[in-house]
Design a protein. Structure first.
Length: 197
């Protein structure tokens, strides 16, 4: 099947992947651009997963002050090399995540940071709620598990839907950047300041 240069260009603009990767993806997906986008994302996720174990000891601290001057954020985003830390893509990612923290007010970076006592308390509350809703005893744990996922989307930065695109989570933004820039990236920590809180 002949792959047109305009399709390759379009796919490159949408995904940020290299020309040959885009051409191969289109060939693999029989010229279907939408399928090729998904194919490249999946491929990028696999590459990103391999990079996740590598040490991220470089990076930058990003700041964001809301226009009202009443909310501010400091955020540490790490990568593997200072070269990547200086790229526009990395800078943009750090700024976007800091702005998201200002708007969405997460408490933790990831679910692993939620203290076990707090998590156990939430699970028990969800079990009791389900019981009061008349749910059968044998599915209380399943219901609580589903509600814990929603809880993580409220309090954990990496699990929150991105304020600019609710179909993506913050962890998806980071994974896409890892796939594009070829280095592991980690949101190490953040602090959110709000007048009156």
């Amino acid at each position: 099947m002949a792959i047109s240069a305009s399709d390759v260009k379009s796919l490159r603009e949408r995904t940020g992947c290299g020309m040959m990767d885009c051409k191969n993806a289109l060939a693999e997906c029989e010229g279907n651009v939408e399928k090729a986008v998904d194919y490249l994302r999946e491929k990028g996720l696999a590459k990103a997963a391999k990079k996740a174990s590598r040490a991220a000891k470089e990076g930058r601290v990003f700041s964001y002050i809301h226009t009202t001057g009443k909310i501010g954020v400091l955020l540490e985003l790490d990568c593997e090399t200072d070269f990547v830390a200086k790229t526009d893509e990395f800078q943009e990612l750090g700024h976007e995540i800091a702005m998201h923290v200002a708007a969405a007010a997460p408490i933790y970076v990831s679910p692993e940071e939620v203290p076990s006592e707090e998590l156990n308390r939430e699970i028990e509350v969800y079990r009791q709620q389900a019981l009061q809703e008349g749910k059968p005893e044998n599915i209380l744990d399943k219901i609580a598990e589903g509600r814990v996922r929603k809880y993580y989307e409220t309090v954990c930065l990496m699990e929150q839907p991105w304020i600019r695109d609710g179909d993506k989570k913050i962890k998806d933004l980071v994974i896409e950047a890892v796939a594009k820039l070829g280095e592991n990236m980690v949101v190490r920590r953040f602090a959110r300041f709000s007048i009156g809180e």
